[in-house]
Design a protein around this ligand. Structure first.
Ligand SMILES: Cc1cc2nc3c(=O)[nH]c(=O)nc-3n(C[C@H](O)[C@H](O)[C@H](O)COP(=O)(O)OP(=O)(O)OC[C@H]3O[C@@H](n4cnc5c(N)ncnc54)[C@H](O)[C@@H]3O)c2cc1C
Length: 334
């Protein structure tokens, strides 16, 4: 019998590890901000993160540049003021796009959570939801000690994959309507200027790119804003849905090959003194699952700058949809 035709029933009594008023699942930009906000509203907050660091794609995926969002307000403004003070604009409606060290952000967020009184647990991977009388009572995580439960009055799903919502039966979609494809994945990496020529290195199985048109994204895209010789490279691209086991497994292998191939290209085309210095532990996933919420934001809402009475966040960044099939659109979409 093939794996697809088979399923198993799995039942286990799971010990409670901790209880809080608010449990936040996922410690990326959304989860850390949600945890800070809940703590400031007087709640005891527990944050559950499956990796060993906070910051989500911004640290784990090395997406270490904040794009210009047209406003520097709220918790984002605090982070800039405390960690990247040189970039802090005097007015809130000024755009900035700082490049930052993911290692520094990782440390900064650890300290920030301590100051805010948020209890952070690492290496706890949400795997299941315990529902009673139509309410979520506890979440189950896989931890270093086995399965453990965390109970709360309120839960905030910041997994980036709507993982908790999906387990609770919230309707969701994945991929675009016409063909189910999602935005591609990218493994961002760093190179460091060594000040002397380096020998371009190309491990077995990687490709020789000679022209811009050979590159996975067909373009050169990198940032070197801080004058410290550190180059942040966003030039790999792998199609697939980051929520699918097979797609993400293939993507991790393919993207790493692209990292070496792109670095080899750059070392022969303008970055002759740069060595590969940091490849994060996981590929960057742009898109997986979307819950079907009470309201779906439309392109028209965004382009017309529509205002909502129950606003919780604001930004004016462009509609930044990376084409799942690589085709360019006659709009601002990438
Ligand atoms: C390649 C790439 C390039 C990008 N470029 C930029 C850019 O230049 N500038 C910019 O501002 N934005 C950029 N973005 C977008 C930005 O990274 C995201 O908008 C942002 O990270 C979303 O934050 P989040 O907290 O919702 O999710 P994430 O950052 O994905 O964080 C989710 C967190 O939840 C944790 N988690 C997931 N599942 C579980 C689980 N089951 N149990 C426990 N924890 C779990 C994860 O480990 C992670 O820490 C880019 C994204 C990618 C992938």
């Amino acid at each position: 019998m093939g794996a697809a035709e088979k399923s198993f029933r799995f039942e286990q009594q799971v010990p409670l590890y901790d209880a809080a008023e608010v449990v936040v699942v996922g410690g990326g930009p959304a989860g850390t901000a949600a945890a800070i906000s809940a703590a400031r509203n007087g709640k005891r907050v527990v944050l559950l993160e499956r990796s060993g660091q906070l910051g989500g794609m911004g640290t784990l995926g090395n997406v270490s540049v904040f794009m210009p969002v047209g406003n520097v307000t709220g918790i984002y403004r605090e982070i800039i003021a405390e960690m990247l003070a040189d970039y802090l604009p005097p007015q809130e409606d000024v755009s900035i796009s700082p490049q930052y060290s993911p290692f520094l952000l990782r440390h900064y967020l650890n300290e920030k959570m301590k100051k805010e009184g948020v209890e952070v647990y690492f290496h706890v991977d949400f795997v299941g939801a315990v529902r009673e009388e139509g309410r979520l009572r506890a979440v189950i995580v896989s931890s270093r000690e086995g399965l453990r439960a965390f109970a709360a009055e309120q839960f905030i799903d910041c997994t980036g994959d709507a993982r908790v919502a999906v387990e609770c039966g919230v309707p969701y979609t994945t991929g675009r309507e016409e063909d189910g494809l999602t935005q591609p994945m990218t493994l961002m990496f760093m190179m460091q200027d060594t000040g002397k020529p380096v020998t371009p290195m190309l491990p077995e199985g990687c490709e020789v790119y000679n022209d811009v048109s050979d590159l996975p994204q067909g373009r050169r895209l990198y940032w070197e804003r801080n004058g410290d010789g550190m180059l942040l490279v966003n030039m790999t691209r792998v199609k697939g849905n980051g929520a699918k086991i097979a797609d993400v497994s293939r993507a991790e292998r393919e993207a790493l090959k692209q990292v070496f191939s792109v670095a080899h290209y750059l070392q022969r085309n303008g970055f002759e003194t740069y060595a590969l210095s940091h490849v994060p532990g996981q590929i960057g996933v742009r898109e997986t699952n979307q819950i079907q919420g009470l309201y779906t934001l439309t392109e028209d809402d965004v382009t017309s700058g529509r205002r909502f009475d129950d606003v919780v966040a604001q930004t004016n960044y462009e509609i930044d949809i990376h084409s799942p099939d690589g085709k360019r659109r006659p709009t601002s979409a990438k």
